[in-house]
Ligand binder design. Structure first.
Ligand code: SF4
Length: 100
């Protein structure tokens, strides 16, 4: 099954499956399966699925979410890109939100 990269379609699918997602969340909250077993199952599925994902062909999380950067991240990013640490590029500054 191909991975959906179009965020508009992804939102559409998400809306269509809202009831099903709600039921699944309710099931997880009320099931008696130990938390670590659920975590291991999710981890296993994540490993299986993430093998087929090329983040460089997607980049949606960078476009749709605001990365949370820790102190020093901007300087490291700027250095990695050969840019000035004192004055990071505008696009980088715009997306910065201090991590907690
Ligand atoms: S770039 Fe982000 S949204 Fe896209 S596949 Fe990778 S982690 Fe997911």
């Amino acid at each position: 099954m191909p991975i959906e990269l179009d965020m508009d379609k992804f939102r559409e699918y998400s809306t269509e499956a809202e009831d099903e997602n709600w039921e699944f969340r309710s099931f997880l909250k009320n099931c008696e399966t130990p938390e670590h077993e659920i975590y291991n199952t999710v981890r296993r599925h994540f490993r299986d699925v993430s093998r087929d994902i090329d983040c460089t062909a997607c980049g949606n999380c960078c476009r749709e979410l605001r990365p949370s950067l820790q102190p020093g991240d901007v300087a490291r990013l700027a250095r990695a890109k050969g840019m000035s640490e004192a004055q990071p590029p505008r696009g980088l500054r715009r997306g910065i939100r201090r991590g907690r």
